[in-house]
Design a protein around this ligand. Structure first.
Ligand SMILES: Cc1cc2nc3c(=O)[nH]c(=O)nc-3n(C[C@H](O)[C@H](O)[C@H](O)COP(=O)(O)OP(=O)(O)OC[C@H]3O[C@@H](n4cnc5c(N)ncnc54)[C@H](O)[C@@H]3O)c2cc1C
Length: 510
């Protein structure tokens, strides 16, 4: 193979984004390339990032990090779903699991049958038809069954700081050189490409390709390359969070909880050795003191850390790749952690960057393909987050009423109207989220469509209701046979569960 022209990669920043990038590049890019990561001991990482979605498992698999090693190193617990409390009206509660609901009958999506037979099944909620949700409700965890229609994904709650340490160890063993120091400024050549970063110590680190993982500062892409930030604050008004850890919960849930509060929401993320808690809020509606008080009052266990105030703005850079600089992580954009998507966005940026990597120095088409891809990813997540706010039916504060009344992006408005009219959900070709996720939020927050697929009427309603009833009770039985989540974690994770799994699911039914 000809020698690649891009030989020196410089990564600025050693948070989750920096070390995920360094580890993946070390594993995936040609051996001849050097990788230097610069991080400053004087500038702390955000270090929250505790809830993930199932894609993180594929990232770890790509690196060859075994699940049990990961669980031990990051104090992780399993995550099957997010429970949303108070997001419809004040008393509503629903699960958004990593799974579909039920399975199609006669080629028609399950939820049309459910909508058709719903009146005869008042005791069954949509999440009665998700094994993942049933496991989560029961405090249990088991690996997904080998039957596609009962299947589900799972993710983790992790200590993000420990994850970065694990990845650092991995990356340093595989040619990544860490350089401690604070970048003062970046040098650019006449054609606008970055050529070096200069540290406060005066040291100069030259490179051919630069990855900006400097967090909200966006040192390279934002400050040096002058790529502007597009704010979505008018749709996602929350701009602050207070994070605080507390003692671990006695029974460790296998789900994240998101509870809507007066002018924002709270997360509860169970780890092995502590519980992550946070209050996300809009500073136009709530003071920091009020936010802290709300968080403190809601803690389920004794605090073990000082409160940590974080400021942010929803939005992203107009492009994530410019010339020989790519931004990964907070330097490219931020969307609040309501659906745990930031680490996923980091992962996508890394994978796409590797796919399009300009080994011969050419980058203009790769740059635009990458930017299109990442822009789609950000827009998809953005719309889905806005949905949660816009569909609320709360009457307890101006914040929630303003969110319900705000005008929303056309892309989202059309999607909601289609569902309202026909119960149909158009599937995206790229990006998050798939149909079941939209369904969970639409129905969970009380948006009942006026119509559904008329073919669901072909079976008598009583017969459909009986079938659905049997499906739900089968899932409930399976869920109750699964091990308690805490026991699986105490045994160090999944791999010892093999025999139990076979006896858990047994023969395929119905
Ligand atoms: C309130 C909140 C909750 C969140 N919860 C979740 C969640 O549940 N799930 C999820 O997926 N994500 C979550 N995130 C996002 C997640 O924290 C980030 O995506 C992730 O930590 C990546 O951050 P980063 O590495 O881009 O930036 P940072 O963590 O800020 O790291 C920046 C790095 O750059 C270095 N640096 C900065 N300036 C310089 C300089 N001049 N010279 C040298 N080095 C420099 C710093 O030292 C640091 O190492 C949350 C974010 C917030 C704000």
């Amino acid at each position: 193979m000809a020698t690649p022209m891009t030989q020196r990669i410089v990564i600025v920043g050693g948070g989750t984004a920096g070390w995920m990038t360094a580890a993946a590049f070390a594993r995936l890019l040609p051996a001849g390339m050097s990788i230097t990561l610069v991080e400053s001991d004087n500038i702390s990482t955000v270090g929250v990032g505790e809830a993930t979605i199932p894609h993180i498992r594929y990232f770890n698999q790509l690196l060859g990090i075994a699940e049990r090693e990961f669980i031990q190193a990051t104090q992780a617990t399993y995550k099957l779903a997010i429970e949303f409390v108070g997001w419809g009206d004040e008393s509503s509660r629903y699960m958004h699991p990593f799974s579909a609901f039920g399975h199609d009958l006669g080629g028609i999506d399950f939820h049309h049958h459910w909508l058709c037979a719903r009146a005869a099944l008042p005791h069954l909620r949509l999440d009665s038809f998700s094994l993942a949700a049933q496991l989560a409700h029961n405090g249990r965890f088991a690996p997904p069954p080998p039957y596609a229609d009962l299947g589900y994904g799972y993710a983790f709650h992790v200590d993000a700081t420990r994850y970065a340490i694990l990845l650092r160890r991995y990356a340093e063993k595989r040619r990544v050189v860490r350089c401690e120091g604070t970048v003062d400024y970046a040098e650019q050549s006449a054609d606008g490409r970055l050529s070096a970063v200069v540290l406060e110590s005066g040291a100069r680190i030259e490179g051919d390709f630069f990855v900006d993982c400097s967090g909200f500062r966006s040192l390279l892409l934002g400050q040096a390359m002058k790529v502007p930030f597009t704010s979505w604050k008018h749709w996602l008004p929350c701009d602050r969070a207070i994070a605080m850890a507390s003692e671990p919960l006695k029974t460790i849930p296998s789900f994240t909880r998101s509870t809507a509060t007066g002018s924002g929401w709270q997360w509860r993320i169970p780890l092995q050795e502590r519980t992550g808690n946070g209050q996300v809020y809009a500073s136009d509606y709530l003071t920091d003191d009020e936010a802290f008080e709300q968080l403190y009052q809601a803690l389920n266990s004794e605090p073990v850390s000082e409160p940590n105030l974080l400021r942010f703005e929803a939005g992203c850079r107009a492009q994530s790749w410019k010339k020989n600089c790519v931004a990964v992580g907070l330097s490219s954009g931020f969307l609040e952690p309501l659906e745990s998507t930031s680490i996923y966005l980091i992962q996508m940026a890394i994978i796409k960057c590797v796919e399009y990597f300009p080994i011969n120095g050419e980058h203009s088409l790769s740059e635009s393909a990458f930017n299109q891809w990442m822009s789609t990813e950000y827009h998809r997540v953005r719309d889905f987050l806005i949905l949660h706010y816009h569909l609320n039916r709360r009457t307890d504060s101006r914040f929630w009423q303003d969110c319900a009344a705000m005008s929303i992006p056309d892309s989202l408005q059309q999607k909601i109207e289609l569902f309202r009219e026909s119960a149909c959900i158009e599937q995206y070709e790229r990006g998050l989220f798939a149909q079941p996720s939209w369904l969970a939020v639409y129905l969970g927050q009380g948006l009942l469509p006026t119509g559904f697929d008329s073919r669901a009427l072909q079976s008598p309603q009583a017969a459909t209701a009986a079938k659905l009833d049997s499906m739900a009770s089968h899932l409930q039985q399976l869920a109750q046979r699964a091990p308690m989540h805490g026991d699986v974690i105490r045994r160090g994770g999944l791999s010892q569960e093999g025999p139990a799994v076979m006896s858990l699911y047994g023969e395929r039914r119905g």
